[in-house]
Ligand binder design. Structure first.
Ligand SMILES: [Zn+2]
Length: 76
């Protein structure tokens, strides 16, 4: 099975602790110090169009959807 996020598999492995540990050991992504894969949107999980400014942590598409609720105003 392939998933976009390895953590999705953890839910079904939770009742099997030995397999759970083994799965994490072999499938958890490497901890990265830099690079595009380090930052992902906390709302939808994409790596593209990430906005880290002002501590947003959102992609540009999610930002458009929630900007007004966050208190941003369109300039013009
Ligand atoms: Zn997003």
């Amino acid at each position: 099975m392939t998933t976009s996020d390895y953590r999705k598999m953890l839910k079904q492995l939770a009742p099997k602790p030995p397999k759970y540990q083994k799965f994490i050991k072999h499938n958890a992504p490497k901890k990265r110090s830099c690079g595009i894969n380090r930052k992902r949107c906390r709302r939808c999980g994409t790596y593209h169009g990430y906005i880290g400014k002002y501590g947003l942590g959102l992609c540009r598409r999610c930002f458009r959807e929630v900007a007004i609720r966050l208190g941003f105003k369109k300039y013009n």
